[in-house]
Design a protein around this ligand. Structure first.
Ligand SMILES: [Fe+2]
Ligand SMILES: [Fe+2]
Length: 194
């Protein structure tokens, strides 16, 4: 039987990464994505975790705004400048998570450890895309690389906030000192890489 490409053919696309993430990637900024209801309500985070998780959520919101700005402009120079700024912000954010936030959560529960393993793999994919963008920001592949980066990061953010952060709150992980260390490191990294 001949199988014509149609609506269902897209769900079996060979690119495993994109196929796996597609259901979570379709929410436009400002329009609820299927998983958005899983996101933590920032105003209800307990005091022990509020500063650390709140700071990371602020970073997430800032890059998501930039993703939309990139999509909304036709100006090539503006796209390039937004893309480079996002790459910088994401690199600082990922460094803070990898150096301070994720290690502080290691060993809290098996579930959290599994989420951290997955998050680290996702960071690596994002880093590869960031490297490609930074290497040739004026190139023809900017639009494609940045679009995939924005989809990928949006998915990662949904998992972080909707699964990891929720578990951190459930396990009552004390993050007050971690928040201080993260803030100081962020300041340092922003200064060093400005
Ligand atoms: Fe994050
Ligand atoms: Fe992350």
């Amino acid at each position: 039987m001949t199988c014509r490409p149609g609506r269902h053919a897209r769900a079996t696309a060979p690119d495993a990464v994109r196929a796996r993430n597609l259901p979570a990637l379709r929410g436009e900024a400002g329009v609820p994505a299927p998983h958005q209801e899983r996101t933590v309500d920032k105003s209800k985070i307990p005091a022990d975790q509020a500063e650390a998780l709140g700071a990371l959520m602020d970073d997430h919101r800032a890059v998501k705004k930039q993703f939309k700005a990139f999509k909304d402009t036709e100006d090539r120079d503006e796209k390039e400048s937004i893309a480079l700024d996002v790459c910088h912000q994401l690199t600082v954010h990922a460094t803070i998570e990898e150096e301070i936030f994720y290690p502080a959560l290691r060993g809290v529960s098996e579930e959290i450890d599994d989420m951290l393993d997955e998050a680290q793999v996702e960071h690596q994919v994002a880093k590869d895309l960031i490297a490609a963008i930074e290497e040739d920001p004026a190139g023809d592949m900017l639009e494609a690389n940045f679009t995939v980066l924005s989809e990928y990061v949006s998915h990662h953010v949904e998992e972080e906030e909707g699964e990891l952060f929720k578990n951190v709150i459930k396990e009552k992980v004390e993050l007050r000192d971690v928040a201080q260390t993260m803030a100081a490191r962020k300041e340092e990294l922003m200064r060093e890489t400005a």
